[in-house]
Write a protein of this length. Structure first.
Length: 300
């Protein structure tokens, strides 16, 4: 018979032997295991935290790079330099510095063109007035009937929901805003007039030639295509192509430079051949004239 009680072994005819249990070792082993596990968990947690921080940092930087505007317009004060201010605002729109403003401007232009394609300006104005006035008429009368039926108010006590706005003493149109809009219109007209004058009077030969080709193209195409379609095409092009060029500027510039060098090489090559041929024809013409000159004198 073997009885285990605190590691005591009892056998028949054998003196009981007491085995000293390594209590301290048994007690220390779980503690060391727990300590190792805690250290491992802490190290793993720290590594995960560092990985997550690096990932979040890289993701945040990538989002900033994507959302950061490619084009940043210079800060110009309208009162100091109206011309530069208008140019900066126009560039900001076509280069999509602020996507919401550019999208609203483009959609507004396309919407106006689409509406005027089907309706006249008089129909658009009358339709807008009809819709707005009809909605407000229904709203105001519903509000008044609700006050009479559910509020139990008398007819004299029922108020218009727009009463506060109707009784306001401020002007509907701000004089400062009108003056600023007038100044802006005058400055825009002045800028356009100056640029047209520079093109017509050939300030820059290349720019005037490009404008001449563009004007002739529009003049020719306008015979077959409606003006509204042309305006829509130029509006979309103005909002699309500059942005695409800005995003792929390095690639486009590289390709343009490459093909420009090839064109220059071909121009020099064939230009030299053309000059030699012209020189030969010129010399032949001179020889023919010299030969025919004495015969003409003898004939006289």
């Amino acid at each position: 018979m073997i009885a285990i009680d605190d590691y005591e072994l009892e056998l028949e005819g054998v003196e009981p032997v007491v085995i000293e249990a390594p209590v301290q070792a048994v007690k220390e082993t779980p503690q060391e295991t727990v300590k190792v596990v805690k250290e491992t968990v802490q190290e793993t947690t720290q590594a995960v935290k560092e990985t997550v921080k690096e990932t979040v940092k890289e993701t945040t930087q990538a989002v900033r790079d994507v959302t950061r505007p490619i084009y940043q317009s210079p800060k110009v004060n309208f009162d100091e330099d109206p011309t530069s201010y208008i140019k900066a605002k126009t560039a900001s729109l076509i280069f999509w510095e602020y996507p919401k403003k550019s999208a609203i401007a483009l959609l507004s232009i396309i919407s106006v063109l689409a509406l005027t394609e089907c309706y006249s300006l008089l129909q658009i104005a009358a339709g807008f007035f009809t819709i707005v006035t009809g909605i407000n008429w229904v709203y105001v009368n519903t509000h008044k009937q609700g006050q009479k039926m559910f509020g139990g108010k008398a007819s004299s006590d029922i108020a218009n929901p727009y009463e506060a706005r109707l009784n306001t003493k401020c002007t509907c149109v701000s004089r400062d805003r009108v003056v600023r809009s007038a100044q802006l219109a005058v400055d825009v007209t002045e800028i356009v007039a100056r640029q047209l004058t520079k093109l017509v009077l050939i300030e820059d030969n290349t720019r005037s030639f490009v404008a001449l080709c563009l004007s002739y193209t529009i003049w020719t195409v306008a015979k077959c295509v409606s003006t509204k379609y042309l305006v829509g095409f130029f509006a979309v092009s103005a909002f699309v192509f500059p942005r695409l060029y800005l995003q792929n500027k390095e690639v486009v510039d590289t390709q343009v430079s490459h093909y420009s060098q090839q064109a220059r090489g071909l121009a020099c090559q064939y230009g030299g051949v053309a000059n030699k041929a012209a020189q030969q024809y010129y010399e032949q013409a001179l020889r023919t004239i010299k030969k025919n000159a004495p015969q003409a004198k003898k004939t006289e």
